[in-house]
Design a protein. Structure first.
Length: 253
């Protein structure tokens, strides 16, 4: 179950759109209501943020291709042909669009029949993903937390269309945090789900404990970024120390 420490640290980030926990289920969840509307998969994240409540969906509730990435339905032949992307002017040729359908990650068909969405603040399960919508300052803290302990490189892997497999399936399968920017992806932009220029960050369960630990340990405001007198004095002391250490190294040579 998501710890209170994790909930408190995510709350401390004070994101305009609260972080959402997502869980993939084979069996119908107990004690959680089914959503009462039909939306695209990415809109269900926003629904959880807007309502502040937990709910689950089935393939019948999703009217877009998130359910395809989760293996709930097969890849539709017409869309997979690339004709739609070509007709809409997204790609120069059908082949360029069709290529995406042959490369994006999907879950084993039939292995996920229900998906739970819950704001992190009310999450009472072990999430498979935590999805954050952050401004640049908040994203700086979150992304630093993903590499603070391990030194892992940041990665953004997506495409102009079909961003859902890369944000909801790729992190889950790879164990890597992934992110994209609002306003740069076809479905998200057309539906006007979020203002442009926000960082959409998907943290998989494999990295979640590490990120929470890092958020609890690291300085959220780095020394070199502080403008207060104490911070400036501390930075100067650090730099003087580095110079002294470097001088000793040169003398030894």
């Amino acid at each position: 179950m998501l710890s209170q420490k994790a909930k408190d640290l995510f709350a401390k980030l004070d994101m305009q759109f609260p972080p959402v926990a997502i869980k993939y289920c084979y069996a119908q969840p107990e004690g959680i209501p089914r959503v009462d509307k039909t939306l695209s998969f990415c809109q269900f994240v926003k629904e959880a943020q807007d309502t502040g409540k937990a709910f689950y969906i089935t393939q019948e509730d999703d009217n877009c291709f998130g359910r395809m990435a989760l293996g709930m339905i097969p890849k539709p032949p017409f869309e997979a042909s690339g004709q739609a992307g070509y007709d809409f002017g997204v790609f120069r040729t059908q082949g360029a669009n069709a290529r995406l359908y042959n490369t994006f990650p999907t879950l084993v068909p039939g292995s996920v029949n229900y998906v739970i969405f819950a704001p992190v603040a009310v999450c009472d399960f072990d999430p498979d993903l935590v999805y954050c919508v952050a401004n640049t300052d908040q994203a700086d803290i979150l992304m630093r937390a993903t590499s603070y302990i391990t030194g892992d490189l940041w990665e953004s892997k997506s495409a102009h269309v079909l961003s859902c497999p890369w944000m909801y399936v790729y992190p889950y399968l790879s164990g890597k945090v992934n992110f994209c920017i609002s306003g740069m992806h076809h479905g998200l932009k057309r539906r006007k789900i979020y203002p442009q220029g926000l960082h959409l960050i998907a943290i998989p369960y494999q990295k979640l404990d590490e990120v929470v630990t890092a958020l609890g340990e690291m300085d959220w405001k780095l020394i070199a970024m502080r403008e207060d007198e104490e911070g400036k004095a501390l930075l100067k002391a650090k730099m003087d120390h580095w110079k002294e250490m470097n001088k000793d190294a040169i003398l030894k040579e």
